[in-house]
Design a protein around this ligand. Structure first.
Ligand code: PGA
Ligand code: ZN
Length: 410
C-alpha cells in the first residue's frame, strides 16, 4: 500500500529538466524518472502541461498525490488506471506525460519490491526470460547533433546472432570505438564530437556514414564471431517541410516518391536490416509500400505510431511496418504501453523498446524490454545514461542464467 509520494525536478543527460517521482510503501521507497525526447512525434502525449514543469509538479501534488496514497502497488497497473481517471484526457493534458510515466514507473518499481521480484518479472511474469538484441547508434546527425552531422539522425548497429547479452553489448561498444578510425580516414579534421546519444558527429554524408559503419561492423563482427546488421533511424518527420524531405547539409531535397526510391536504394546497397521512420509521421502509405518490398527487414515506426494502440492497429491493418518502437513515455503509462505491445503482436509486429535522446541514469527501460519480451532494445552504446540500461541487461542475463535466452530477429 502506498504511504506517501513525492516529486522533484532533475536533469537528463542533455541538461533538460524532467521529473523524478518517489513512491513509498511501508517497507520501500521506489523512484523513477521520465526521459525527454528531442525529435518528438506530433501525436505523442503532452510532455508537460502547457504552463511547463512547475504546472506539472503542481498537478502532481493536487491531482495525483491525494488519489494514489492508499493504493495497492502489488497489483499491476492499479496506479496507471488511477492516472487515467484523475487526468481524464487521452493526451494527459492536465498532469502531463512526464508526471504520468514517472509515477507509473515508480509504482511498478514499488510493486516489484513489495513482492520481492525483479521489475521485469513484475511486468512480464514468469515467462519473461528473453533478452533483447541491443541496437545502438554509432554515428549520428539530425536534431541530436544540432544540425552539425549528417541529415539522417542515426546510423545503428545490431548484433544478429550473439551467444549472450554480454557479447552483444561488447560487439556494439567495439564497433563504436573503432568507427572513429574510419571517420578520421575521410575527415582528418574531425575532433571526436559526440551527440546527445553518444554517437560520433562528423560532417560527412549519410552514404559515407553508412560505408564506414558497414566496414567497421564487418571487421568487428568477424573478430568477435558474430554477424552484425546495420540500420538507420531517418527520423523523416524532422526533414519533412510539408512537401519535401530537406537534406540540408547534403544540399538535396526529395519528394515522397524520390524518398521511397532513395531509402530502397540504401537498403539494397548497404543491406540494411533496420529502417526506422523513413517517411514522415502521417505517410502510412509509403511505409506500406516499402514494407511490401522488404518484408524480411525491420521496417519500424516511431513517430508514426508513438506507442499509440490506435495508430498501431491502423498501421497493422495496412501492413505499414514489420516492427514498432515502444517508448512508454510517448503514451504516458506502462499500462498503455502494454496495450500497445499486445496490439502490435496481434499484427505480428516485432517490438523495439526505446530510450529517448534526453535520458537519465535510470535502468527501468532494461526491465521494460525484458518484461515486454521485446526482440530489440534501442538504448545507444556510449554515455552513462545509455550504459546504465545496458549494464542492467548484463545483470538480468546473469540473474536468468541458463533459463534466459537471447532474441533473434531473423
Ligand atoms: P527523441 O528521438 O529525440 O525524440 O528521443 C529518438 C528517436 O527518434 O528515436
Ligand atoms: Zn526514432
Amino acid at each position: 500500500e502506498i504511504k506517501d509520494v513525492a516529486i522533484r525536478k532533475i536533469f537528463t543527460g542533455r541538461g533538460d529538466l524532467t521529473v523524478e517521482v518517489e513512491v513509498a510503501t511501508e517497507d520501500f521507497v521506489a523512484k523513477a524518472a521520465a526521459p525527454a525526447g528531442a525529435s518528438r512525434g506530433a501525436n505523442e502525449v503532452v510532455y508537460f502541461p502547457e504552463e511547463g514543469i512547475d504546472a506539472a509538479i503542481a498537478a502532481f501534488e493536487r491531482l495525483v498525490a491525494p488519489e494514489v496514497v492508499g493504493l495497492d502497488v502489488s497489483e499491476p497497473y492499479v496506479v496507471d488506471g488511477k492516472l487515467e481517471e484523475v487526468d481524464g484526457t487521452a493526451r494527459f493534458e492536465r498532469i502531463g506525460g512526464a508526471v504520468a510515466i514517472a509515477t507509473s514507473f515508480a509504482s511498478a518499481e514499488a510493486g516489484a519490491a513489495s513482492l520481492g521480484l525483479p521489475l521485469f518479472s513484475f511486468i512480464g511474469g514468469a515467462y519473461a526470460r528473453r533478452l533483447p538484441l541491443p541496437l545502438g547508434n554509432v554515428i549520428g546527425g539530425g536534431k541530436h547533433s544540432r544540425g552539425l552531422g549528417p541529415d539522417i539522425q542515426e546510423f545503428l548497429a545490431i548484433p544478429l546472432n550473439p551467444p549472450d547479452i554480454f557479447t552483444a553489448i561488447y560487439t556494439n561498444v567495439e564497433i563504436h570505438k573503432r568507427a572513429l578510425k574510419g571517420i578520421l580516414k575521410v575527415d582528418a579534421s574531425f575532433t571526436g564530437g559526440k551527440n546527445d546519444e553518444g554517437a560520433w558527429t562528423p560532417r560527412i554524408s549519410s552514404r559515407t556514414a553508412l560505408r564506414i559503419l558497414k566496414e567497421t561492423a564487418e571487421e568487428v563482427g568477424k573478430e568477435v564471431g558474430v554477424e552484425v546488421g546495420i540500420g538507420v533511424d531517418v527520423a523523416a518527420s524532422s526533414l519533412w517541410n510539408g512537401e519535401r524531405y530537406v537534406y540540408k547539409n547534403e544540399g538535396v531535397e526529395r519528394g515522397p516518391r524520390e524518398q521511397l526510391e532513395f531509402i530502397a536504394k540504401l537498403i539494397e546497397e548497404f543491406d540494411l536490416v533496420y529502417v526506422e521512420d523513413p517517411f514522415h509521421e502521417e505517410d502510412f502509405q509509403s511505409f506500406a509500400e516499402l514494407t511490401d518490398r522488404f518484408r524480411d527487414r525491420l521496417i519500424v515506426g516511431d513517430d508514426l505510431f508513438v506507442t499509440n494502440p490506435d495508430r498501431i492497429r491502423h498501421g497493422g491493418r495496412l501492413k505499414a511496418a514489420t516492427g514498432v518502437i515502444i517508448k512508454p513515455d510517448q503514451i504516458g503509462t506502462l499500462l498503455r504501453a502494454h496495450t500497445a505491445v499486445s496490439t502490435a503482436r496481434e499484427y505480428g509486429l516485432k517490438i523495439v523498446v526505446s530510450h529517448r535522446s534526453g535520458d537519465t541514469e535510470y535502468k527501468t527501460l532494461a526491465h521494460v524490454a525484458v518484461g515486454f519480451g521485446a526482440e530489440v532494445i534501442k538504448t545507444g552504446i556510449m554515455g552513462g545514461e545509455r550504459t546504465a540500461k545496458l549494464n542492467e541487461l548484463i545483470r538480468i542475463g546473469e540473474y536468468l542464467g541458463r533459463w534466459g535466452n537471447i532474441s533473434r530477429i531473423r
